[in-house]
Ligand binder design. Structure first.
Ligand SMILES: Nc1ncnc2c1ncn2[C@@H]1O[C@H](COP(=O)(O)OP(=O)(O)OP(=O)(O)O)[C@@H](O)[C@H]1O
Ligand SMILES: [Mg+2]
Length: 581
């Protein structure tokens, strides 16, 4: 038995099991000196049914209360019996797993879940020092070499690496949550850096503030590819890295959510004329391209290029054509019914902020254009499979459409791919509260985008398409999406409503752990989910290339740096031109 990883001596013994309530164990503490060293989250080993088995629990609550009891009869003096107060030390812990010294041919195994319940009066030991080191080592060793995702060190034992299963972490959606400045973006950069070491990683990062640009900077040792959604300044001579999302990629509902006013009494007429004309134009295009097979089964939602100007003319004709009556012209069937629709469409066509959608370059109307674009985003060639899409110049009100459409498009391509040639893809949604809002708060456009993401959250697993949601306001992020996440990297979270969200997402037995969330240091996180054997508090490693999100040293900078008038002037011009170039 000398090679058993957990070996306890007398002074590790903290007490005995006093009561058991499903996964919650109350321990009557007999070693009061040890008690003073125990904090929340301390690992406890409870002797199991056999010598070779320990149930592992994590402390959730440590209490000392005073109770009065009769004194020993021997001590009773002349004045009679006086009640004396004695402390009762109790510890509450939740069962999280089973450790076995020998299991079949294997030595020192740990598995999640308790196989049996602890029995009353069983001895309990604190796992610390060498025992803790060996135990953490076993946790890491449980993950096979080729699926290791090293995230940092355990806070409980800084000498042991915190290793998650990369497979499980990405498989069924994950979330990185924490207050502003808690270290989410750095954690993302770290995860991307680890993924970039693989041969063909495939992660598309939705970067809202352009803060991941350094990761694509070769001079800094960057590994990623970076794209930008076209801003108003990119419409004339778009560079190689500029992405357009032409209107013809939008399906009927996405398009209508932007230009149809459902409260208009003519809304049904407008929607039906729009649908009819778009279908006709797409059909004509397929004829012109000689795509006869596609023509047989395409729908109005199929991404087939058409001319939006032609569409506008057709609708205008509807709106102005008179009907023919017996005695001359009468009011046309659609006459004047599309006026408001047309003016809304026209406003979008002319707005340069919507240029990435309604003013695409001529190449983006070509039939083959979509393929080249999607190949850029879904390909992974020689390790450069990390793709950063910069949305920083996209106006806030269109953000949901752009993110939603892009996500749906990528997912649809993945969906239609042959299952035996399909490779997994993850969509990393930074600042998700901006475009994945709680459904009740969403407007028509947001709801449309939300629908796309919720669909991915619900059925993406089967198609090898997962989400990694990052947000500082979990309470503002769609519950449907968060509740589909299987792994959480929870950083410091100070707001109570936000903590509540995480608490509700946890199984009851683990909810108590979330009480440490407001106390976490920057870069410290609670890793919860099936990617790790134990919910653990870890100190995340620092990424080699930190994102451009530094917390500014206000006091020090006020002491040294003067604001530059030239910088302010150029910012004003950028504000006017809505472009950083
Ligand atoms: N692992 C870490 N170790 C040490 N310091 C860190 C770590 N991660 C982040 N920091 C510090 O915290 C600062 C803020 O981190 P980060 O930009 O990741 O915050 P954030 O959670 O993304 O905030 P926001 O929600 O505002 O985007 C960093 O500039 C860095 O100085
Ligand atoms: Mg951030």
């Amino acid at each position: 038995m000398t090679d058993a990883a957990l070996q306890f001596v007398d002074h590790d013994k903290v007490g005995r099991v006093a009561s058991v309530d499903t996964s919650c164990v109350t321990i009557d503490v007999t070693n009061s000196i040890l008690l003073t060293r125990i904090g929340i989250g301390q690992l406890i080993a409870i002797r199991g049914a056999t010598e070779r088995e320990y149930l592992i629990a994590m402390t959730e609550r440590v209490t000392r209360s005073m109770r009065e009891e009769l004194p020993n009869l021997d001590d009773v003096g002349e004045g009679g019996a006086v009640l004396r107060t004695v402390p009762t030390d109790l510890m509450q812990a939740i069962l999280i797993g089973t450790f076995r010294t020998i299991e079949g041919a294997k030595a020192n195994t740990f598995k999640r879940g308790a196989d049996s319940f602890p029995q009353i009066d069983r001895e309990c030991f604190v796992i610390e020092g060498v025992n803790l080191q060996r135990f953490m080592g076993i946790l890491g060793a449980g993950v096979s070499e080729d699926e290791r995702l090293k995230l940092g060190k355990f806070v409980a034992d800084r000498s042991a690496d915190a290793i998650a299963s990369g497979d499980k972490f990405f498989q069924r959606h994950a979330a990185v949550l924490g207050s502003t400045g808690s270290g989410k973006s750095w954690a993302v950069a770290l995860i991307l850096e680890r993924a970039a070491k693989l041969k063909f990683p495939n992660i598309i990062v939705f970067d809202m503030h352009g803060e991941y640009a350094p990761l694509a900077n070769r001079a800094l040792g960057g590994f990623a590819q970076r794209f930008r959604i076209a801003g108003p300044g990119d419409l004339e001579n778009p560079g190689e890295d500029v992405l357009f999302l032409p209107y013809w990629l939008l399906n009927r509902d996405e398009m209508l959510s932007m230009i149809l006013d459902r409260s208009d009494q003519n809304a049904p007429n407008q929607a039906s004329r729009f649908t009819l004309h778009v279908r006709t134009l797409k059909g004509e295009r397929l004829d012109a391209e000689k795509q006869h097979t596609v023509k047989k089964t395409f729908t109005v939602d199929s991404p087939i290029p058409y001319s939006v100007n032609k569409l506008f003319k057709l609708l205008e004709t509807d709106n102005t054509t008179k009907g023919v009556g017996k005695t001359g012209p009468v009011k046309g069937e659609w006459e004047d019914k599309l006026t408001r629709f047309l003016s809304r469409l026209e406003a979008k066509l002319e707005d340069r902020r919507y240029g990435f959608m309604f003013q695409p370059p001529t190449v983006a109307i070509a039939y083959g254009w979509l393929a080249t674009q999607v190949l850029k985003l879904l390909g992974s060639d020689g390790g450069s499979g990390i793709k950063i899409v910069d949305f920083s110049e996209v106006p806030a009100d269109v953000l949901p459409v752009v993110t939603g459409t892009l996500a749906r498009l990528l997912y649809d391509v993945q969906f239609w791919m042959d299952s035996n040639t399909r490779t997994p893809v993850t969509l990393l949604c930074d600042e998700a509260h901006l475009y994945l809002p709680v459904r009740d708060d969403a407007d028509a456009v947001q709801r449309q985008a939300l629908g796309s993401f919720e669909r991915i959250a619900k059925e993406g697993r089967k198609y090898g398409f997962s989400l990694l949601v990052v947000s500082q306001r979990p309470s503002d992020v769609s519950r449907t999406i968060l509740s589909q996440c299987n792994n959480f990297l929870a950083l410091r979270l100070t707001n109570e409503t936000d903590q509540g969200v995480i608490k509700r997402l946890m199984p009851d037995s683990l909810a108590g752990l979330t009480s440490v969330l407001p106390l976490l240091d920057t870069g410290e996180a609670l890793l919860l989910g099936d990617a790790v054997l134990l919910p653990t508090r870890i100190k995340l490693d620092i990424p080699k290339i930190p994102p451009d999100s530094a917390t500014r040293d206000f006091w020090r900078e006020w002491g040294t740096n003067q604001p530059q008038p030239a910088a302010i002037l150029s910012a004003i011009e950028r504000l006017r031109s809505q472009s950083r170039n």
